[in-house]
Design a protein around this ligand. Structure first.
Ligand SMILES: [Zn+2]
Length: 256
C-alpha cells in the first residue's frame, strides 16, 4: 500500500498524504516510536512543508495544537523523519520506526508549552500505535535520543512524565539535583567509562572510551532533555547518573 485513503489509527481524522516515503530497508517493521516537534511558528506551514516533495521530510502522523491528528504516510512505509540516527546499535531509525510530528515552535520559538488537547491526542495516538505494533515502553523515544546533538526535539518542555502516567513510554522520577561530585567535558577514567557504558546499555549511540568528550556531552544532554529536563547542561551530575541507573533497573520487559 503506497498511500492510505483512510487513517490507519482511529485517533486520526483525515489523511493528508506526503509523497516523502519509501520502502523500509531489509524488511524491517516498526519497533520504535519517535516523537518530534515541527519547530516552526505556524502549524499549517509545517504541515505543507512535510507534504512538499522539495522538503524530502515527512512523518507518519501530524498533531495540531488543537489536538486534530492527520495521517501523512502509511505505517508500512518508511517515512523520512529521523535522518542520520541510531538506537540500540542500529542505524537508519526511519526503517524501524513510526514518526509523529507535533506542531510546536520549539527551541527557535522559545519552547512554548504543549496545549493539553494536543497532549491528549499524542497520548491516544501513541497508545494506539504501541499497542498495534507491540512497541515496548522504552522504545518510545525523542528525536533527540536517536540523534543527540544534531536534534533537540521534542525538547525539554515536552511532558514525558504525563505520557508515562497515562501509560505511554518509560520514565522514572528524576533524582533531585544536589551539589556534589560530577563529571564533565575533559574528565577521563573509570567513572566516565561506566557512565558511557550505561548510556549505551540504555540504547544511546555512545563510544565507550573513558574520555568525556564532546560526543559524550551531547548524549548526556539528550538524556537530560528526556529524563531529567529540569537542567539540560551535558554535565553528568549525581542526579543524572542516578536517574539513568533507575531507568535501566526499572526497564520494562520487552514484548515478545
Ligand atoms: Zn524531529
Amino acid at each position: 500500500m503506497n498511500q492510505v485513503l483512510r487513517p490507519e489509527s482511529p485517533v486520526a481524522t483525515k489523511v493528508f498524504p506526503s509523497p516523502n516515503h519509501g520502502e523500509r530497508k531489509d524488511g524491517r517493521s516498526p519497533t520504535l516510536l519517535v516523537l518530534h516537534y515541527t519547530g516552526m511558528p505556524d502549524s499549517g506551514e509545517a504541515l505543507l512543508w512535510l507534504a512538499n516533495p522539495i522538503s524530502q521530510v515527512s512523518a507518519h502522523y501530524f498533531v495540531f495544537e488543537d489536538g486534530r491528528v492527520l495521517q501523512m504516510v502509511p505505517e508500512s512505509r518508511r517515512a523520512w523523519h529521523a535522518g542520520v540516527s541510531a538506537w540500540d546499535g542500529e542505524g537508519d531509525i526511519n526503517s524501524s520506526s513510526i514518526g509523529i510530528e507535533i506542531a510546536n515552535p520549539g527551541h527557535p520559538g522559545g519552547l512554548p508549552s504543549f496545549p493539553e488537547e494536543q497532549i491528549q491526542s499524542v497520548t491516544a495516538l501513541a497508545k494506539d500505535i504501541v499497542t498495534r505494533w507491540r512497541i515496548s515502553p522504552d522504545h518510545v523515544l525523542a528525536h533527540s535520543d536517536v540523534a543527540p546533538g544534531r536534534k533537540l526535539d521534542p525538547g525539554e518542555a515536552f511532558p514525558w512524565r504525563q505520557l508515562h502516567d497515562a501509560g505511554v513510554g518509560h520514565w522514572v522520577s528524576p533524582t533531585p539535583i544536589r551539589d556534589g561530585r560530577f563529571f564533565a567535558r575533559g574528565d577521563r577514567g573509570m567513572p566516565v567509562e561506566a557512565l558511557q557504558a550505561m548510556l549505551a546499555m540504555y540504547g544511546y549511540q555512545t563510544r565507550i572510551t573513558g574520555l568525556f568528550d564532546e560526543d559524550t556531552e551531547k548524549v548526556v544532554a539528550a538524556f537530560q532533555r528526556h529524563f531529567r529536563p529540569e537542567r539540560v547542561d551535558g554535565v553528568a551530575d549525581a542526579s543524572t547518573i542516578t536517574t539513568l541507573k533507575d531507568l535501566i533497573a526499572r526497564r520494562p520487559q520487552p514484548h515478545v
